[in-house]
Design a protein around this ligand. Sequence first.
Ligand SMILES: Cc1cc2nc3c(=O)[nH]c(=O)nc-3n(C[C@H](O)[C@H](O)[C@H](O)COP(=O)(O)O)c2cc1C
Length: 325
Amino acid sequence: MKTRITELFGIKHPIIQGGMHYVGFAEMAAAVSNAGGLGIITGLTQRTPENLAKEIKRCREMTDKPFGVNLTFLPSLTPPDYPGFVRVIIESGIKIVETAGNNPAKVMPAFKEAGVKVIHKCTSVRHSLKAESIGCDAVSVDGFECGGHPGEDDIPNFILLPRAAEELKIPFVASGGMADGRSLVAALALGAEGMNMGTRFIATKEAPVHENVKKALVAASELDTRLVMRPLRNTERVLANAAVDRLLEKEKSLGANLKFEDIIEEVAGVYPRIMTEGDMDAGAWSCGMVAGLIHDIPTCKELIDRIMTEAETIISDRLKRFAAG
Ligand SMILES: Cc1cc2nc3c(=O)[nH]c(=O)nc-3n(C[C@H](O)[C@H](O)[C@H](O)COP(=O)(O)O)c2cc1C
């Protein structure tokens, strides 16, 4: 399949694996890229620019296909060494960066000068237009369904994607709730030129996470996610568990007085315990409603091949039949 996204990134299939904290290691990115999609290493999981340089090198040893790095700009009292991460990304010869969180305007000149293509993840049309205006090459339009941070507008992809298509000139991928060939065809119909998946890629053989995480995704239904940190305007969609129940209870009882410190136990530093140790009640971890569409744990190649075959069959068979009357 050829779209502006496959052309922009030099990939075979218009499928991207979004950055995921404690999931987006070299093994994950390489498996997706080797399967013809675009794998992304999660920059901040590496903690220091030096570690990221090593992770990029490891990924290169596992794939000769294009892959990217995610750089998430979070509100933080002690921000990570962003200039250091940018330097390492450029010096390592990375040509694709997925930015997310705050507006990446500050890092754009350095990336542009180094010939790095930037895809910014946004949860609204206005942020997508801003990304376009500061020179991003593409956007990942992340609907309310998504795992992670859906923003505060609560617009699902059935509205958000066609709205983005009405306004944007640069190409965009649909993100949030994408799982299979049906998702891809729907995304293309709504104006996207590919799709970005997070949660679905965690339930794959190569995802470097504990088996308990993969089993939890297969067991979960579309009813099993919760929105946390809404009172802090830092909403995150996570999988329901005992820690999330506790967190929501605190949000309810403290109301407008809630501070980040009140919920630190449920959200700070929990990813290694969940993703590496498989302690599923250790805290709140990002998960999309798409869990309801995850029923197996294939390899990345099986998953991507299946998506492409299903999408092509829907287009050339089901849709063609309808159109022919
Ligand atoms: C466990 C997990 C961790 C994530 N961590 C990040 C992150 O560090 N940075 C980021 O930009 N997006 C992160 N995301 C969001 C994904 O990149 C992607 O946008 C989102 O999962 C898409 O929605 P979906 O899960 O419905 O496919 C994370 C998602 C999950 C499920």
